[in-house]
Design a protein around this ligand. Structure first.
Ligand code: SF4
Length: 330
């Protein structure tokens, strides 16, 4: 295992869990608020203390090409390394107050997942990179029971974390929130190029990825920007990587913006198609997405809202032409 911290100088230890690489003084926490320099190492304060535990359909993450119709035992902690003004989960992500009422060891989490007949464990709700030591131990334990693990992430993992993931984390939905470096820096508190490099690294190390873009009116919904995002996916990741385009709803610090219209989502869909993407899905709005075979156009997976209503794959292959659908299937 790589270590996820390193002494920086006499005073500081650098945390290597995410691309911020915070240099943290003794008894202080990094930007996420949950990783502390305790002397010669960084302690993940949220280890063992999930703030949310729930069972969701995997379609809700959203992952559409990863064990469709399966149950994801989902957990998150508190804290985040981003400052998105539209965060849907800001009550847990933008606080560092850890509820220490009950400690859940990795073994206990996996036992609960097994009891609930979950097929995967999803690290989600807040940014899982910042509690990777906990997620990692849970994911390794889960493997003993044949349970896969997935990340729902903003794509700001450190290189050290991503290269550690193969055989531990099996899939990820990664946000690509914009293609504007200034927007990333000013509004989200992050660096676009580092996100792009991290997404490419996920692909390189062989983790199944799907990309999500929340379409925020006036912020990232110009034709030009949507084209840039779609082109990046096609050129750098491949046209077989699914792109989820999700509707924004007014929340947290962005209550004055309107909800994303269906027209905007359909425009983004067309742009993605023109760029050459095989799989584009519209989310956060009542829309029934179907996966078509990219070769013969037959309907392979039909969905309701967060559910599968028709499944026409045979061992992961198109029932009609035999094309192996891109993703992770039984
Ligand atoms: S996880 Fe990221 S934000 Fe948190 S302390 Fe480590 S480097 Fe900083």
């Amino acid at each position: 295992m790589s270590s996820f911290y390193e002494r920086y100088d006499n005073e500081r230890v650098v945390c290597k869990l995410c691309q911020h690489y915070c240099k943290i003084k003794l008894n202080r926490e990094g930007l996420c608020g949950i990783n502390r320099n305790v002397g010669d190492k960084i302690d993940c304060l949220a280890y063992g203390y999930p703030s949310v535990v729930a069972i969701d359909p995997i379609e809700k993450k959203p992952l559409y090409h990863f064990l469709p119709n399966s149950k994801a035992f989902s957990i998150g902690t508190v804290g985040c390394n981003f400052r998105c003004p539209f965060c849907q989960n800001w009550r847990i992500s933008q606080t560092a107050n850890i509820d220490r009422g009950r400690y859940f060891s990795p073994e206990e989490i996996v036992k609960l997942a097994v009891e609930h007949r979950s097929d995967t464990i999803a690290f989600t709700y807040n940014e899982p990179t910042i509690f990777y030591p906990y997620a990692r131990d849970i994911a390794i334990e889960a493997k003993r029971f044949g349970i896969k693990s997935i990340f729902v992430t903003n794509g700001y993992e450190s290189k050290e974390v991503v290269v550690d993931m193969p055989n531990i984390i099996d899939g990820a939905n990664i946000d690509l929130k914009s293609f504007n470096a200034e927007y990333y820096r000013r509004e989200l508190g992050a660096d676009l190029n580092r996100v792009l490099e991290t997404i490419k690294l996920f692909k390189e190390v062989g983790i199944w990825i799907e990309i999500t873009t929340l379409i925020v009116p006036t912020k990232n919904d110009s034709d030009r920007e949507l084209r840039e995002i779609a082109k990046f996916i096609v050129d750098e990741l491949g046209r077989d990587v699914p792109w989820h385009i999700s509707a924004f709803s007014p929340n947290y610090k962005q209550k004055s913006l309107p909800r994303t219209s269906l027209e905007s989502l359909e425009r983004a869909y067309r742009i993605g198609r023109e760029a050459g993407l095989y799989y584009i899905y519209i989310g956060n709005i009542n829309f029934k997405n179907t996966t078509e075979c990219p070769v013969c156009s037959k309907d392979l997976i039909k969905r309701g809202v967060f559910s599968v209503t028709e499944y026409n794959l045979n061992r992961g292959r198109c029932f009609n032409c035999g094309y192996r659908l891109d993703g992770v299937f039984i």
